[in-house]
Design a protein around this ligand. Structure first.
Ligand SMILES: Nc1nc2c(ncn2[C@@H]2O[C@H](COP(=O)(O)OP(=O)(O)OP(=O)(O)O)[C@@H](O)[C@H]2O)c(=O)[nH]1
Ligand SMILES: [Mg+2]
Length: 282
């Protein structure tokens, strides 16, 4: 076991298993920048997947994500799920060197898991990092489009709310809740993204470094808003591509009303830190 520099609480074992200790782009890309980006050849793409009780989804998802692009490696950040997700991913990792497990045993939460997975990806030389959910709401078939759109953007979001995007299989009240919370996030954080709640995103390495994603502070789902807001504050180029978002078919949601409410409060705190210049730790 050896330590990974730059990542807290992580150790690496030789068998790849880790244990704890058509896009809307703004602003327009300048010609000079286009020339620079045409030479951009990302070699290493890391897909990060936070999981909690996803044993019914994760094996098939991993298989499909690996097929999406030969450059992809996957890191699954699991919070010691009682259903055995981590041991299943551990088995997959032993069979395939492109799969890695980040087995988290403390500081649980969707946000902290996302943060540690970003830190892991950066420490492992990712040129592109894509974060997605494990429940097939984010389908791997959209991955090539996300990667392509990064040619003209720093951060690309899979969006239900742009032309061609869909929100399938969810009850009307959930779709409405997503829309209302979008209005709230856009209003509070002042971002002009249509689907601020989407957790299906691709980042250039330089973007993750600029927003210091490996030290994101939101413990829960508000990490998606934190990274979006920090991207805006850092003047990164944000783009949205349409995706078909589908309600999960297997496993159960970890999202509760209490978590949702807490994330709305976190969004207010983010804004307050933003206006008082405390968004990024000194
Ligand atoms: N590591 C970790 N992952 C989590 C945690 N909570 C949720 N996740 C994962 O984060 C992703 C999104 O969680 P979901 O439970 O699907 O929540 P959601 O997509 O916001 O809500 P639904 O629309 O109800 O599915 C999934 O891959 C979950 O397994 C957590 O506490 N720790
Ligand atoms: Mg989900």
């Amino acid at each position: 076991m050896g330590h990974v520099s730059g990542v807290r609480n992580l150790t690496v074992s030789t068998d790849q298993v880790l244990e704890e200790q058509p896009a809307r782009v703004s602003p327009p890309v300048k010609r000079q920048e286009r020339v620079r980006m045409s030479a951009w050849k990302p070699a290493r793409i890391i897909v990060t997947i936070p999981t909690y009780n996803e044993v019914e989804n994760i094996a098939l998802l991993v298989e499909q994500v690996l097929l999406a692009d030969a450059r992809i490696e996957i890191v699954v950040a699991d919070d010691s799920s009682p259903d055995g997700t981590a041991s299943l991913v551990g088995e997959l990792a032993r069979k395939d060197r492109r799969v890695h497990l980040l087995h988290r045993t403390r500081e649980f939460g969707r946000g902290h898991a996302g943060r540690d997975a970003f830190a892991w990806a950066l420490a492992h030389d990712a040129d592109i990092v894509i974060e997605m959910d494990a429940d097939f709401s984010h389908h791997p078939r959209h991955i090539p489009t996300l990667i392509k759109a990064l040619e003209d953007a720093d951060v690309v979001m899979g969006s239900r709310q742009v032309r061609g995007g869909k929100d399938l299989g969810r009850p009307a009240w959930r779709v409405m809740l997503t829309r209302v919370s979008n209005v709230y996030v856009r209003w509070v954080l002042g971002v002009h993204i249509r689907d601020c709640n989407s957790g299906f995103r691709a980042f250039r390495r330089s973007a993750l470094e600029a927003i210091d994603a490996g030290h994101a502070t939101s413990p829960g789902p508000a990490i998606v808003h934190e990274l979006l807001y920090k991207s805006k504050v850092r003047n990164l180029r944000l783009a949205e591509i349409p995706i078909e978002f589908k309600e999960r078919e297997r496993g159960t949601s970890s999202l509760s009303f209490a978590k949702l409410l807490r994330s709305y409060v976190t969004i207010l705190k983010l804004k307050s830190r933003g206006v008082t210049g405390r968004l990024f730790p000194k």
